[in-house]
Structures are given as C-alpha cells and as structure tokens.
Ligand binder design. Sequence first.
Ligand code: PLP
Length: 417
Amino acid sequence: MSSPVWHPFHQHGLGEDIPLVERAEGALLYTSDGREIVDAISSWWVTTLGHNHPRIVAAIRQQAEKLDQLIFAGWTHQPAEDLARGLIAMTPPALQYVFFSDSGSTAVEVALKMALGFWANRGESRHRILVLEHSYHGDTIGAMSIGERGVYNRAYSPLLFDVGTIPFPHKGAEQASLDALNSACSAGDIAAFIVEPLVLGAGGMLVYPAHVLAEMRAICAAHDVLFIADEVMTGWGRTGTLLACEQAGVVPDILCLAKGITGGSMPLAVTMASAPIYDAHYSTDRSKLFFHSSSYTANPIACAAANANLAIWQEGGVLEQVTSLAAREADGFAHLAAKHSLANLRQCGSIIAMDVDVTDAGYLSDLAPRMKAGFLQRDILLRPLGNTIYLMPPYCMTQDQLDRILTAIDEVLTEVL
Ligand SMILES: *Cc1c(COP(=O)(O)O)cnc(C)c1O
C-alpha cells in the first residue's frame, strides 16, 4: 500500500524512492533496508554538531521528564530564561531581547512584524521592505513575499506583498548593488532591509564579500532603515564564525536564528532585537504590545536542547571543527574541479559549492534530479540546487565520510557530463 504521507518539495507523481530512516549518528543515517547514508547537507542545513549528539539527547530526555510544554504568554520556565541569557552573552551587546518561535520562517515573520510594529508604535508611516535579489527566507506567505519569485511560489503570488529588490552584489557589480540600496533607502517609506549575511542559501549558495555586508549595514543606518539579518542558515558556525555578521563587524537591529540553534535536534527559533525595537512596544498601553504567538513558543524541551548546544559551544572546539572540515572540503573540491567541467568554485566556512558547466537548457532542467538520484544510489544524501553541487555537512564529518561523498560526486559527474 502506498503511504498517505505528503512530502514537502517532493513530486509524488514521479514515483521516486523515499528512504525510511530508522536512526542516525554523527553524519550517518541508517535506513530500514540496512543502508548507511552519509548526510552531506546536514538534513537540510540543520544538523551542525552531528545527529543524536549524546549531550543534546540527554538534555532532551531530562527536560521531558520535568516540564514538557507551557503557555509562554505571561508565563516562563528556566530553560527559556537560561537560553535567552546564554544567547545574549554570545551575540553582540546591542541585541538585548529574545523572542521565541519555532521555525526559521516564523523567526522571519516575527522580524518583519517587529519592524512594522516599531514604526507603527512610533507613529511613523514606514511599511515597505527591501530585500536582496535571489534571497530565500522561508515558505510562509510573508517569508515568500520577501524571497525570490519563481515556480515555487507562482501560484500564491496574488497573496504576496510587494517589496523593493536590490540587485545581488555579483563580483564586479558590488557598487551597483550598494548604490541601488542607497537610492531605495532614500525613499523615506522603508521600514527595513532583510538580508542573508555572506551566503544566499536556497538562491544557489551565492557568496558575497564581508565588506559589502558592512557597507549595506552602514547605508541602512544612515537612512534609519532597520537592518534585519536572517542567520537561520548562516548561524551556529556554518560560515566559520558563530554568526556570519561577525566577519563584517556588523550588528543588526534584528537577528533571526533557527536551524542549528538546538544543534539541529528540535524545532526552535529566536528573533533577537535591539533595545529600541523592544522599547517601541514597551508601554502601559496594551495596544502597543507585540501581537505574535504560536502554541509551541519556547517549548521547554526544545530550549533544553538549545541550552545543551550552547554549553557545547562554550566549551570551545566547535569552530576548530568547522575550520578543519572547511580545509578538507576545499581540498576535495579542488581535485573535482581539476578533473571535471565545473565553474564558480566558492566557499564560506563549511559551505562549499560549484556549478556544473552546462549551457543546454533542456539538459540543465533535469540535471539536479538526475544527480540527486545518482547520489542516493551511492548512499549519499545530497540535493543539488539546479546545476549547483554543494556540501553543508555536520561539523563532525570524518575524512572517510567526506571521501565517500567526493567519490560519489566524481562518479556522478562522470555519468552525467
Ligand atoms: C531555511 C531558511 C529559512 C526558513 O527556515 P524554516 O525553519 O525552514 O522555516 C529562513 N531563512 C533562511 C536563510 C533559511 O535558510
């Protein structure tokens, strides 16, 4: 009998095989039919420290026995209090308040609502959002509105709100992008600019330099436009620093974190805000409160998992793992690039990507699914983005596991090219 499960971003009509995974450890997934799969993309960018990290698993188990869930409107619990303080200690001092939610998309929705609430409560009419071309911020209606438009959201476009789009700062076109941001910010009705710092993930692992990010931040500050950093993917060491913003010396007004916040073990997200954002909502007037909540806001078990992640970070060694992994990835991709027809080799911390050099559009259209199938056949979890092959592994990946991935890429490229 076929399964009643409707999978995300999956065309069931193609009849593709759906592996059933029973357990996981580190960078490995074990399927019910006895296969051992290397997870090259951290189960879609979330698993930073490796699957089933024993300390995170222990924290989840302990918390589950004490307090499973609690209303968070006007109530609190120790795991959330500890986590908020821990996050504030680890991030720039200007970020003083922590608002909890449960996914990257909601963290972004919350950021947009905070920005609009800030201007509304101050009695200023600013409601337009600026975004960077090729951005991805999630799949809810607001998050889609501020992301790249395409086949994946065309049916919903009548519901999406209008935004101002700044051209991506491609190599050599950085100044044009900054000029466009500067002139867009001058309009006067701009509430905020939201950006994925240093790497645009779903947009194709597009990287841009730290100095451009720093200049973007400065332009926003000069026009009193709120600067929102969506570090849902880039946070937690992905780019070689805890936050990608650090590499540019940038402190956002609002910061979105999710994916790796629990080490990738539980759904949890936060939107961190500077004092002016919080203060704009702080009043004896109830109508100025921040109108947002979801049922599982700051779920205690998820917070306990995040606290275990923070404890592991505080002990040190995580960034060293990222550095070692990044060097080994660079080595492997250089070999592949020398052997195959590849272009645009790029890297930012543990994220490395290159494009398969094909021009035939018809051929290009089914390249990603063919490569994905080739990787799965070789027991590798790796989903190319169009003609872009990228790695985003858990930091604990061994050389042996990485070699299995590189061999599979070599074989698949030989097959498809
Ligand atoms: C994944 C992602 C999101 C959405 O996060 P979800 O937890 O999948 O809702 C938002 N922004 C960026 C940059 C992401 O990579």
